[in-house]
Design a binder for this molecule. Structure first.
Ligand SMILES: Nc1ncnc2c1ncn2[C@@H]1O[C@H](COP(=O)(O)OP(=O)(O)OP(=O)(O)O)[C@@H](O)[C@H]1O
Ligand SMILES: [Mg+2]
Length: 469
């Protein structure tokens, strides 16, 4: 039975309100919307907390707390409050919509039928996407990327560890024809680079564009511990840009045949580390990662790290991409750097010199990239797995299902403006459900992300083995 009269709200600080109802009459959920029928006109509020208790009443009741959306209002008392209709939420959102592109990436969970629109301008700041395995992070990244490609001119570079975005330019059959053709046009300049691909689609990195630190890390050389070899490397690198050697194999052979002990040692090192067998080196062909991310390169680049056979090659390609982006920072060419499974690229504790260097670049971009137009969108399963100086610089949050309360507490400590009970709800999220906060949205918003327009690349293994025989 609904109560005889709607509950009435009180506000004393111009921003927040509360009201009390009997447990059976709690109609609004945390994250949901209520309308406060104020004498000056309806006010929209979002419920941020429900507390059960004896609040000076005879029977147990629930204290419903919320935040007023929109401008501050003078304190009030006794304002009738009811659950808001989705149309009221949609109207309010339309009234505050900024002039920038809005990216429709899903549907608001608490206002069914109302699209979740992300403010594209918020990608000027770093974004953290977090959720446990299978919660829908990669799918959500794809959805966001599609909308960014269609609705904006922002450059995008994707580090794709599982070949999930290799088909980002290929539209699904069930997509509306008009949208499909606009999308095809928007992705015309999308460059997907995989190591196994032939010709200009081959993913490769050019050693001669590396700086001394990158070269040293690739060969696992330390400038102090390996004095002779490091010096030989630097000397050799100066001449290698005009190298007569077509392949790393030829170079290694030549080095090993040198009369100079330090150079010979370098050759052996190349061989022992297996570097000459790596397929990702640039030969005489153009289109290295360094060139692709330079100003004037393709509008969007997918670096298919998943196509690389060894972790060391993946680490090198990720590092080389970040290094190249950082080197060209003075061009101030706004670029979003998307890193899925970022714990492999910029972990809290690096497992080798290349990953340590990649982490250094990521931390630098997180700290200083914004003023050069370089922003990050990093995705991971657990916040602690990423370097803390990357996460701490993120202003935008997309949180998906997360079972661990300890992990949620870490997220909460970085995004302290998100109400605690909204965060806590992430333990119950279904597939694709998310909490979006920061500059992407006007207020922390619950939503379901999707649908995708393009094909997902990699896929989960089949699950029909569990069906009854
Ligand atoms: N919003 C959605 N709508 C429909 N299907 C989805 C949605 N989100 C995810 N899926 C599907 O659920 C599966 C898992 O999603 P996804 O690969 O994005 O998870 P993930 O969080 O990236 O997991 P992991 O951390 O293991 O990489 C995929 O098969 C994907 O197609
Ligand atoms: Mg994933």
């Amino acid at each position: 039975m609904p109560p005889d009269r709607p509950p009435t709200s009180t506000c004393i600080d111009r921003r927040h309100f509360w009201y009390h109802v009997a447990p059976a009459d709690v109609a609004a959920a945390v994250g949901g919307y209520v309308t406060l029928d104020h004498a000056s006109g309806p006010l929209l509020g979002q419920v941020t907390g429900l507390t059960l208790g004896e609040h000076g009443q005879l029977a147990p009741d629930v204290r419903v707390e919320g935040r007023l959306l929109g401008d501050a209002v003078p304190p009030f008392h006794g304002v009738e409050t009811r659950v808001a209709a989705p149309a009221e939420v949609a109207d309010w959102l339309a009234s505050i919509r900024p002039g920038r592109a809005q990216l429709p990436v899903g549907e608001m969970s608490m206002a069914p039928g109302v699209p979740l629109e992300l403010d594209a301008g918020a990608f000027r700041r770093h974004t953290f996407l977090c959720g446990q395995s299978g919660s829908g992070k990669t799918y959500a990244l794809g959805t966001i990327l599609e909308r960014l490609l269609l609705e904006t001119r922002l450059r995008v570079v994707v580090l794709d560890p599982n070949s999930d975005f290799v088909r980002l330019g290929s539209v699904r059959d069930d997509v509306d024809i008009e949208l499909a053709s606009r999308y095809a046009e928007a992705t015309d300049d999308l460059a997907v680079r995989s190591v196994g691909d032939a010709g200009e689609k081959r993913l490769h990195v050019r050693f001669t564009t590396f700086d001394a630190a990158e070269r040293g890390a690739t060969l696992r050389l330390d400038p102090i511990a390996d004095l002779e070899e490091y010096a030989a490397l630097i000397e050799l690198a100066e001449s290698v840009s005009a190298s007569p050697y077509e392949t790393p194999q030829e170079l290694a052979d030549a080095l090993r045949a040198s009369a100079e002990p330090a150079v010979r040692a370098l050759g052996l090192r190349l061989t022992n580390l297996g570097l000459e067998r790596w397929t990702l080196w640039s030969m005489s062909d153009s289109g290295s990662l360094d060139e692709l991310v330079a100003p004037g390169g393709p509008r969007a680049v997918v670096v298919d790290l998943g196509s690389l056979p060894t972790p060391a090659e993946r680490a090198l390609a990720a590092e080389a991409t970040l290094a190249a982006l950082w080197r060209r920072r003075e061009a101030r060419d706004p670029t979003l750097i998307v890193i899925d499974e970022a714990h492999n690229v910029c972990p809290g504790a690096a497992d080798g010199p290349l990953t340590a260097l990649a982490t250094e670049h990521a931390v630098r971009i997180a700290g200083e990239g914004r003023k050069f137009g370089l922003t990050l969108l990093v995705s991971t399963q657990r916040p602690q797995k990423i370097h803390e100086n990357v996460i701490s610089q993120c202003d935008n949050l997309i949180l998906m299902r997360m079972n661990s309360r300890a992990d949620l507490a870490v997220v909460g400590s970085v995004f302290s403006l998100v109400p605690e009970q909204l965060l806590a709800g992430a333990t119950d999220f279904g597939l694709g459900q998310s909490l979006v906060a920061g500059g992407l949205v006007s207020h922390p918003t619950l939503a379901r992300i999707g649908p995708r327009w393009s094909h997902e690349g990699g896929s989960d293994p089949p699950s029909d083995w569990a069906l009854p025989r």
